[in-house]
Design a protein around this ligand. Structure first.
Ligand code: ZN
Length: 459
C-alpha cells in the first residue's frame, strides 16, 4: 500500500469553527491525503513521515472552506437586468430569457459562477437548477462536469416547475415540465450523479422550485421520491410578502403550514430565504430540523425583507449562507455574505446582539455544511474531517492593522485567498484558480450571455 502523503501548514492563525469555536493565534495543520490528520497550537510535531509539502502561512488566517447553500448558476448570463423590481416582477421580466437556456449556456454559466465563488474561498457549492426547456440538452450533466473540472465539492439540487401561466403560476408555459417528466428526469439525475460516500464530490437533491411555480402534487411526489432514494430536499420558501399572500389565497394557509402539509418539513430538507416567518413557523422549523439557506444580499436586492436569523439560531434551526442566483446578487461571492449577514441582522430588532463575527463565520462554514447534510465531513477544521480549508491573507494594507483576524475576515474588505484546498487538493493559488483559466471563462461567459440575449430577443 502506498504511504499517505502529508502537507504541513504552519505559523497561521486558525479558526477551527468546531463545537467550542477553538482558535489558535499561531498554529499548524497536518493534511494527510484527503483528510485533516491533526492541528493545534505552535509548530507541527517533529518526525512526521512522508511530508511532501510544507507551507509557511505566516500572516494568514486558516478557516474551513466556505459552503454555499443556495445558488442558480445559470443566472450568470443574465446579470444586471431588471435591477429595480421585486421578486415577482423580476421573475416575470427574466423567465422569457431563461426559457431559452441550452447546454453550452448552462455549462459556461456554471463555470463563471463557480470560478467567482471558488476564488473567494468556497469549497462546497450547491446549485438549484429548475429551468429545463424542452430539447435544451443535458443540463444536469453540464453542471456536474463544471464543478468536477474546477475541483469544488458540489450538491446539484435538481429543480422543476410544472405550474405555468395557464395554471395560475408565474413561469411561461414553455419553460415548465410535466409532473411525470420532472420526476423521471430527477430520479435519473440521482441515479447517475449522486455519490453517498464520505468524501463525495457530487451529491444530488430533489428540488422543485417554489410554491408559486410548482403544483401541490409535484411537491408531494418530490418529497416521496427523495425519501425513497435517500437524498435531500430543497426549495424556496417564505421569501416575500407576495408569496405569503399567494399561499393564503391558493392554499388557505401560509408557506410553512403548506410545506408541512405536503411533507416538506424535516431534517432532510433545507429551504432558501425563510424571510417572512412568524413564531410558530420558526418553532416548526426547529421542531422538524428543517434547514435554512440565508441569502442576505439577494433579499436586499429584491427588497424581500430581513430574515429572522437570530431567532432561527436561538431556536436551534440549522442556518447556512447562500449567494442566491447572480441575477439578484451580481457579485456572486460568498465571503462578502459573511459581512452582509451580520450587518443586515443588526438592522433588525436584536440590534448589536443579533450576530457576532464568529456566528457569521459559522453560518458560512459549519452552518452551511449542516444544511447540506455534510457536517460530519466538512465545515470545520477537526482531525478526521475532509481537508477543505482556506488560507486568507491578513498581512496586507486591507487587514494588517485589524486586531482580530476573524473580525478582519468578516467585517473587513474581501480578504485575498492565498490557497484553498478541497479533499487536500489545492484549487486556488495566490487568488487565482489553479484548475481553470479565468480569462477563458470570462470570454466564454460573455459570448454565451450574448447568444442568450440574441435568441431571447427573437422570441
Ligand atoms: Zn433562489
Amino acid at each position: 500500500m502506498e504511504a499517505v502523503r502529508r502537507t504541513v501548514i504552519e505559523n497561521c492563525a486558525i479558526a477551527t469553527v468546531d463545537a467550542k469555536d477553538t482558535e489558535y493565534a499561531s498554529g499548524h495543520l497536518v493534511l494527510a491525503g484527503r483528510r485533516i490528520e491533526s492541528l493545534g497550537a505552535g509548530r507541527a510535531p517533529e518526525g512526521l513521515e512522508n511530508v511532501v509539502r510544507r507551507i509557511d502561512a505566516t500572516g494568514h488566517l486558516a478557516t474551513p472552506g466556505l459552503v454555499n447553500t443556495h445558488h442558480h448558476f445559470y443566472q450568470w448570463l443574465t446579470r444586471g437586468l431588471a435591477t429595480d423590481r421585486n421578486l415577482f416582477d423580476w421573475l416575470v421580466a427574466l423567465y422569457p430569457a431563461w426559457a431559452r437556456l441550452d447546454e453550452p449556456m448552462v455549462h459556461a454559466a456554471a463555470r463563471g459562477s463557480l470560478a467567482m465563488m471558488v476564488r473567494g474561498g468556497v469549497t462546497t457549492a450547491a446549485d438549484h437548477h429548475y429551468v429545463f426547456p424542452r430539447g435544451s440538452g443535458d443540463l444536469s450533466g453540464a453542471l456536474v462536469q463544471a464543478a468536477r473540472d474546477l475541483g469544488v465539492r458540489f450538491t446539484l439540487a435538481r429543480g422543476s416547475m410544472d405550474l405555468g401561466e395557464k395554471d395560475g403560476g408565474l413561469p411561461p408555459d414553455f419553460a415548465v415540465e410535466t409532473i411525470e417528466d420532472a420526476l423521471a428526469a430527477t430520479e435519473e439525475t440521482v441515479r447517475r450523479h449522486h455519490d453517498p460516500s464520505f468524501d463525495a464530490m457530487t451529491r444530488v437533491a430533489v428540488a422543485p422550485c417554489s410554491p408559486f411555480s410548482v403544483s401541490t402534487e409535484l411537491m408531494r411526489r418530490s418529497a416521496e421520491l427523495a425519501r425513497g432514494l435517500g437524498v435531500r430536499l430543497h426549495t424556496h420558501g417564505s421569501e416575500t410578502v407576495e408569496e405569503v399572500k399567494f399561499c393564503h389565497e391558493r392554499f388557505g394557509r401560509g408557506p410553512t403550514d403548506y410545506f408541512e402539509s405536503t411533507g416538506w418539513l424535516g431534517e432532510d430538507v433545507w429551504m432558501a430565504h425563510c424571510v417572512h416567518m412568524d413564531d410558530s413557523d420558526v418553532a416548526a422549523f426547529a421542531r422538524t430540523g428543517t434547514g435554512v439557506a440565508h441569502c442576505p444580499s439577494s433579499n436586499a436586492r429584491l427588497a424581500a425583507g430581513i430574515a429572522r436569523v437570530p431567532d432561527l439560531l436561538a431556536a436551534g434551526v440549522p442556518v447556512g449562507l447562500g449567494v442566491d442566483g447572480t441575477a439578484s446578487n451580481e457579485s456572486g461571492e460568498l465571503h462578502t455574505e459573511l459581512r452582509n449577514a451580520l450587518l443586515v441582522a443588526r438592522l433588525g430588532p436584536h440590534r448589536e446582539a443579533a450576530l457576532t463575527v464568529r456566528q457569521a463565520l459559522r453560518l458560512g462554514t459549519h452552518g452551511g455544511a449542516r444544511v447540506l447534510g455534510r457536517a460530519a465531513e466538512t465545515g470545520s477544521l477537526e482531525p478526521g474531517k475532509l481537508a477543505d480549508l482556506v488560507l486568507w491573507r491578513m498581512d496586507t494594507l486591507a487587514h494588517a492593522s485589524v486586531a482580530d483576524p476573524v473580525a478582519a475576515l468578516v467585517l473587513g474588505a474581501p480578504a485575498p485567498v492565498t490557497a484553498s484546498f478541497v479533499n487536500g487538493r489545492q484549487i486556488v493559488e495566490g487568488g487565482r484558480l489553479r484548475t481553470a483559466d479565468e480569462d477563458e471563462i470570462a470570454r466564454t461567459t460573455r459570448a454565451q450571455a450574448r447568444r442568450l440575449a440574441e435568441i431571447a430577443a427573437r422570441g
